[in-house]
Write a protein that binds this ligand. Sequence first.
Ligand SMILES: [Zn+2]
Length: 124
Amino acid sequence: MALRRALHALGFRCRVDLPLPGLHRRRSDLAFVRWRTVVFVQGCFWHACPEHPHAPVHNGEWWREKLGGNVRRYADTAAHLVRLGWVPLRICEHETVDVAVGKVLEALARRGHPRTLRILSGVG
Ligand SMILES: [Zn+2]
């Protein structure tokens, strides 16, 4: 995944497909376990991205139900993680790698990750 490669190039190590604590059969795409930050990269279509709404014409009702289920499931997962003290971060597939990296760095910076603080302040 491009985001993971970009983070890796900046010296960030993360786990891929981490099973989420207390959630049956749910995994994060990227996880910074030590910093309790997890990243979910979501498809515009599958997660009903508000910037790219495309409602299928055929079987409209079925799709609304299906996509609505994905959205609720993410909200539920994110709320659960927050209760456990984790930071869930959602990145949409339409976002560029630079934007995505920026979001991840900001989230890690809020957690006090020393390397992000150096990068974001331009020191190294
Ligand atoms: Zn999108």
